[in-house]
Design a protein around this ligand. Structure first.
Ligand code: AMP
Ligand code: GLY
Length: 431
């Protein structure tokens, strides 16, 4: 079996790592991959948005199926292009990927399907947006409508911040075209949960729950990032809450899309705010979360290839993934300057020649922004590694992950010291 994975982050390393364990012993290709993935897959030097080149590669290499990590190729229509060429690929079509690609599209769908979410208004005109802010007041959330690499959202505690966020998006073009339209929405309170499920367009199968840490700094301070760490399960997601999320969010969304003749196939990720047991949608992602994927793959016992094939065959019904009951935790080590201007090319010390920690049995070091330069692993992105571990309990999982991070050094490396604080009860709510 020949599999192509698209992407080169910690998420894709975790997917490749899990696929590589399959008894079906697949040959794995990864475009573009990173220094850690290179130990498990053949790296293909094609960027994630070069859809035609990826399709041609998959055809020439007789790839059995392709797994897409990041949202960009999905939003650009990679699934449509592969399917038109008769190639199997896991993910939503371009139309379905609007669930992540356009906040205005998603809000309209949620309204129609009566899925609970923050109230909102969308604006194409900056003056209108400013007037709206003055009428609703703060706290308030300002979002660039399009894709902005997780950085287009500003949670504003006061109106001055909110006006500045509208100006940044609509006037200064801080997020490029993604900011031509802004969505202004009610600020929700509660605990944030990442809820991921696989769906073939009819059946929805939930994966284990997880939570991530969005802010760059300890105590949930500083700017939002793609995620500085994660753990699974999220104790907040009780069986009752899971049932509620499935009934009130996941099924209505998949069915609402189907009613618009937009079948959704692939991984669906709901970012939820849970307040006193009531889930409300913050956002959808059309792909695995990163770093949530890393903590999930470490716990997944089922063969990932079987799960992917069940989705591709439209036969998820009756499918139940099995999980290691032990919790997992992942700590993201980031480059100096992340999230605004990460420093690249810094040598990373402590890893063996496969990019792993020698004699470490507690977990896996998943690479993200790493590359090989003259035989030395160096940083090549903002989030550099996710050191991910299992433990008999949360305390153990977190302790093992931190023991891993302590063996790795690079200049300017920074990571949060409080991953898991919500379950370990050290601090209050995350942001
Ligand atoms: P998004 O990309 O829409 O998920 O937003 C990024 C982050 O901003 C979320 O993970 C939340 O932490 C925060 N956020 C987004 N929307 C809201 C909201 N309506 N109320 C409170 N926080 C929000
Ligand atoms: N960790 C959040 C995300 O992947 O969007």
């Amino acid at each position: 079996m020949r599999i192509l994975v698209i992407g080169g982050g910690g998420r894709e390393h975790a997917l490749v790592w899990k696929l590589a364990q399959s008894p079906r012993a697949p040959t794995i290709f990864c475009a573009p991959g990173n220094a850690g993935i290179a130990a498990l897959a053949r790296l293909v030097d094609i960027p994630v948005d070069a859809i035609d080149a990826l399709r041609d590669f998959a055809r020439a290499e007789q790839i059995d199926f392709t797994l897409v990590g990041p949202e960009l190729p999905l939003v650009l229509g990679i699934v449509d292009a592969f399917e038109a060429a008769g190639l199997r690929i896991l993910g939503p079509t371009r139309a379905a990927a609007q669930l992540e690609g356009s906040k205005a599209f998603t809000k309209a769908l949620l309204d129609r399907a009566e899925v609970p979410t923050a109230s909102y208004a969308a604006f194409d005109d900056a003056q209108d947006a400013h007037r709206h802010l003055d009428s609703v007041g703060a706290p308030i959330v300002v979002k660039a409508d399009g894709l902005a690499a997780g950085k287009g959202v500003t949670v504003c505690t006061n109106l001055a911040e909110a006006h500045a966020a509208v100006d940044a998006a609509m006037t200064s073009g801080a997020f490029g075209d993604a900011g031509n339209r802004v969505v202004i929405e009610e600020c929700l309170r509660g605990d944030e949960v990442s809820f991921m499920a696989l769906t073939d367009g009819r059946t929805v199968v939930p994966l284990a729950s997880s939570q991530d840490h969005k802010r760059v700094g300890d105590g949930d301070t500083g700017p939002n990032t793609g995620g500085m760490g994660a753990y699974s399960p999220a104790p907040l997601v009780t069986p009752e809450l899971e049932e509620r999320i499935m009934d009130e969010v996941m099924y209505p969304v998949v069915e609402g899309l189907a009613a618009q003749r937009i079948p959704y196939r692939g991984l669906l990720y709901a970012g939820l705010m849970v307040d006193q047991g009531v889930p409300k949608v913050l956002e959808f992602n059309v792909r695995f979360g990163d770093p949530e994927c890393q903590v999930l793959m470490l716990r997944l016992r089922s063969d990932l290839i079987d799960l992917v094939e069940a989705v591709l065959d439209g036969f998820l019904v009756g499918c139940q993934p099995s999980w290691d009951p032990r919790p997992s935790a992942g700590v993201v080590m980031a480059a100096a300057g992340y999230p605004s201007a990460p420093v690249q090319g810094t040598p990373i010390y402590g890893l063996d020649d496969r990019g792993a920690l020698a004699d470490w049995n507690d977990g896996v070091v998943f690479h993200a922004g790493t590359t090989l330069r003259d035989g030395q692993v160096v940083t090549s992105g903002g989030r550099v590694l996710t050191v991910t571990a299992l433990g008999d309990d949360f305390t153990g999982a977190v302790a093992h992950a931190y023991a891993g991070t302590e063996r790795i050094t690079f200049e300017g490396a920074h990571y949060r010291r409080d991953i898991g604080h919500r379950v370990l009860g050290k601090r209050g709510d995350d942001g």
